[in-house]
Design a protein around this ligand. Structure first.
Ligand code: PFF
Length: 447
């Protein structure tokens, strides 16, 4: 059977589509706000450059040379086919776990598209009430939109790499770039822009705690889709003779660019209308709708456009979160794509419903364990523990387990003079940084 592969542009769009997601537009601005702005942004940018780039290249390399699902790629690339390494491939499960909270949040964005087409809440109080009602009381509405997300994502992945994922990204990525770009241009003309700029780029180092550093590193992984075999799985479908260095640089530039643009735009709007940047997870669902209302008719249009952009970003990431497991089921167990997609889809659908129940008033207590409800646990365990652990395993594998000749054969020419720096960073700096991050977690873990 001939395997469908990405086109070169298709791969970059799909990898960027995976990277640019709710993480950039929803999570990045709010965690920047909560963690005090500039110093946090700085920590995040450094991590993206130092750890993100090194690891993205390593992850691409495993997929590109392994050519199969993550478990098989680790298995075949390990010298003497050391069978224990194949278990590292199960990092792909993290994607399904992420979908447990990611799919319901995409559901919220769909609800907000409808809301902004009808009528926006006219004050922060009303917006707060609306959002709280949605997440804590209105289980039915959430399950309705969650179901739509399940059907859409399952349909796209069932269509395959070329006919589903590549097509979706060809369509939605331009939508995202144009919508976010035009709102950004508008934002630059407002007075609040300068304040937003200062907030994001003038660091106040006293605000950088070890907890916010861990958040910054965790987020760098999350936003670049690293550490859970997504980039690896996509890279298994790269055309031969692809330039991995160029592809990773483009993906990182797009991802970082869109996060900064989203942050600047949102903070400008919030400052312009006197709202606080540190409102937490409700930032785009509470403060922003109220600000859009204040802006009048242009605000109504922007609200609609903004939530369409957010949903697009979320959907292109969602397909990439389930694809690694699908590829595993297809490659190792000869599942049809449809059967594999339905299995993965049903998993996140059913657990997603539990996540929705866990934040509701009525059933929350049933699904709260220790200091967190099920929804928050899946977020915390995946972004703060699973992705850094996956990244650590990948850096050890490419840096210390795979034969260097194999690595050098592909990357020496592409990296040129930078090859020794990259290899050093992969072997020592990245693992060390990740071990520190993981150890730090023990300190901040409140059970
Ligand atoms: N990068 C996505 C975002 O920023 O929303 C989320 C994500 C997608 C994380 C794919 C991990 C992943 F493998």
């Amino acid at each position: 059977m001939k395997i469908a592969r990405f086109s070169r542009v298709g791969f970059i769009l799909a990898a960027a589509g995976s990277a640019v997601g709710l993480g950039n537009i929803w999570k990045f601005p709010y965690i920047t706000g909560v963690n005090g702005g500039g110093a946090f942004v700085f920590a995040y940018l450094i991590t993206v450059l130092m750890i993100g780039f090194t690891l993205m290249l390593a992850e691409m390399l495993i997929g590109y040379t392994g050519r199969k699902d993550s478990v098989t790629s680790f298995e075949t690339l390990a010298p003497q086919q050391n069978s224990l390494w194949k278990y590292a491939g199960f990092m792909s499960l993290a994607g399904l776990f992420i979908m447990i909270f990611y799919a319901p949040v995409i559901g919220w964005t769909l609800h907000f598209i409808v809301l902004s087409a009808a009528n926006l809440p006219s004050s922060v109080e009303m917006a707060k009430e609306h959002f709280n009602t949605l997440v804590s009381l209105d289980v039915g509405t959430q399950i309705f939109y969650h179901t739509l997300v399940f059907i859409f994502v399952t349909y796209v992945v069932a269509k395959g790499i070329k006919g589903g994922i590549e097509k979706l990204n060809y369509f939605l990525m331009p939508v995202l770039i144009v919508t976010m770009g035009s709102m950004f241009i508008y934002a630059t003309s407002l007075d609040g822009f300068e304040k937003a700029w200062t907030f994001m780029f003038s660091p106040d180092w006293s605000k950088l705690t070890s907890a916010s550093l861990v958040t910054a590193v965790g987020h760098a992984f999350f936003t670049l889709s690293l550490g859970m075999a997504t980039i690896m799985t996509y890279s298994a479908s790269l055309p031969k003779d692809s330039n991995l260095v160029r592809s990773s640089l483009i993906v990182i530039a797009l991802d970082t660019g869109i996060a900064l643009v989203a942050g600047l735009t949102l903070f400008t709007f919030l400052y312009e209308y006197g709202a606080s940047p540190s409102a937490g997870p409700g930032l785009v669902f509470v403060s922003l709708p109220a600000v859009f209302y204040e802006m009048g008719s242009v605000g109504h249009l922007f609200a609609f456009v903004f939530f369409v952009a957010l949903a697009s970003a979320g959907l292109t990431s969602a397909v990439s979160l389930v694809e690694p497991v699908i590829q595993y089921l297809v490659d190792r167990y000869s599942f049809s794509r449809l059967k594999a997609s339905l299995s993965a889809g049903l998993f996140f659908y059913l657990f997603g419903i539990i996540a929705i129940l866990s934040i509701s008033k009525e059933y929350g207590a049933l699904f709260t364990f220790g200091s967190r409800n099920f929804f928050d646990w899946t977020d915390f365990v995946t972004a703060s523990i699973m992705l850094p652990t996956g990244g650590l395993l990948m850096s050890l594998f490419v840096g210390h387990v795979m034969q260097e000749e194999r690595v050098a054969k592909i990357l020496k020419k592409q990296l040129g003079l930078f090859y020794p720096f990259w290899y050093f960073s992969l072997r020592y700096i990245v693992p060390l940084a990740l071990v520190i991050v993981l150890l730090n977690l023990v300190g901040i873990l409140e059970l």
